[in-house]
Design a protein around this ligand. Structure first.
Ligand SMILES: Nc1ncnc2c1ncn2[C@@H]1O[C@H](COP(=O)(O)OP(=O)(O)O)[C@@H](O)[C@H]1O
Ligand code: SF4
Ligand SMILES: [Mg+2]
Length: 325
């Protein structure tokens, strides 16, 4: 049984047009942020969502939590479909979003204690001091941190408070958006170890979003690769890194920095800039940068299909061996 099932999710945002669109509603244009997004997340699993900046990862995460409305598709969490605002409010009591700058973006005038108590009061639950102390201990911070203010914390301490705040409602799922971005490498490791440790202790599931492939590879059971608002590949982490099947995943993984730079596969490194969503190509979204592009890629959109057990790929020519047919 899955914890989260997302099916055919799409989001189109109306573009503010000029006078023409005001006079003629038919000429109103919209910007598709993402479309045809389908994936599942199992209890206790960590799914890593990777893709270049601007591919729609954060917006998708917000949509899954009902913080951004969607245009099509369904979201099931914990066996129940989530569609109304009340459904999503209930879901957010058991799903936490950990933003990159969670603590920095919160009110600088609230103490850490008040920040940790806030999710409880928002959801109408008691917020005793003992709970705040318990949450601080869980993330390895001393109890007197409850009286401190966000600006008094180091980057790593602030991130720990972010983890504590995400966990205060005892969630089943944590969606972590760029959880280690902006941290020194040693602190990144500390935060990942903390998250991994808490996952086992509290029986959590994670959706970890990042453009940092090495980090996602380290912590994820499966990975999903996003390109310009489409999931182009989903599969078990080890197999996907060993033998990526989609040309985009192949270039992304080939251009990942290796401990020995001489081993980097320059021949596969991705070429060209990521197009803007306004210029998303029709049919296959990767056609403009794909070394294997064929005429059909410009006319027929590929679907996400399972080409070998548990491995899904959105490309007309992908094969289970990783070679393009
Ligand atoms: N409400 C919105 N209005 C206009 N554009 C938006 C809105 N939300 C997201 N976008 C656009 O969607 C794209 C994807 O953004 P985002 O989800 O932040 O990507 P990522 O997290 O992968 O970097 C960006 O180009 C952003 O400008
Ligand atoms: S469908 Fe065509 S353009 Fe798209 S990734 Fe596959 S080969 Fe490349
Ligand atoms: Mg983002």
């Amino acid at each position: 049984m899955t914890l989260l099932t997302v099916q055919n999710l799409a989001l189109d945002l109306p573009l503010r047009g000029g006078i023409l669109s005001a006079l003629n509603p038919k000429s109103r244009r919209s910007l598709q942020i993402f479309a045809d997004v389908s994936f599942t997340l199992n209890p206790g699993e960590t799914l890593g969502l990777v893709g270049e900046s601007g591919s729609g990862k954060t917006t998708l995460a917000r949509a899954i939590l009902g913080l951004t409305p969607t245009t099509h598709g369904t979201i099931h969490f914990d066996q129940a479909q989530r569609s109304t605002p009340a459904d999503f409010t209930a879901m957010r009591a058991t799903t936490a979003m950990m933003f990159q700058d969670a603590i920095a973006s919160l009110s600088p005038r609230m103490t850490i204690g008040a920040l940790l108590a806030e999710p409880l009061t928002i959801h109408g639950q008691p917020a005793p001091k003992t709970k705040v102390a318990e949450m601080l201990a869980l993330v390895g911070l001393p109890p007197d941190f409850a009286n401190r203010y966000p600006h008094e914390l180091s980057g790593g301490q602030a991130r720990r408070v972010g983890v504590a705040r995400a966990l205060v409602l005892n969630p089943k799922l944590v969606i972590a958006d760029e959880p280690t971005a902006g941290l020194d490498v040693s602190v990144q490791g500390e935060i990942l170890n903390l998250m991994t440790d808490l996952k086992t202790r509290l029986n959590l599931s994670y959706l970890i979003i990042s453009h940092n492939l090495a980090m996602v590879r380290h912590v994820s059971d499966r990975i999903a690769v996003m390109y310009l608002g489409r999931l182009v590949e989903i599969g078990p982490t080890r197999q996907t890194f060993a033998r990526p099947l989609h040309p985009y995943s192949q270039s992304l993984i080939a251009s990942e920095p290796l401990p020995d730079p001489r081993k980097r596969r320059q021949d596969l490194a991705i070429k060209g800039e990521i197009p803007s969503l306004l210029n998303r190509p029709k049919a296959c979204v990767f056609q403009g940068r794909c070394p294997h592009v064929q005429p059909i890629c410009r006319t027929d959109p590929p679907t996400l299909r399972e080409i070998s057990p548990a491995r899904f790929v959105r490309c007309h020519f992908a094969t289970p061996t990783g070679a393009l047919s």
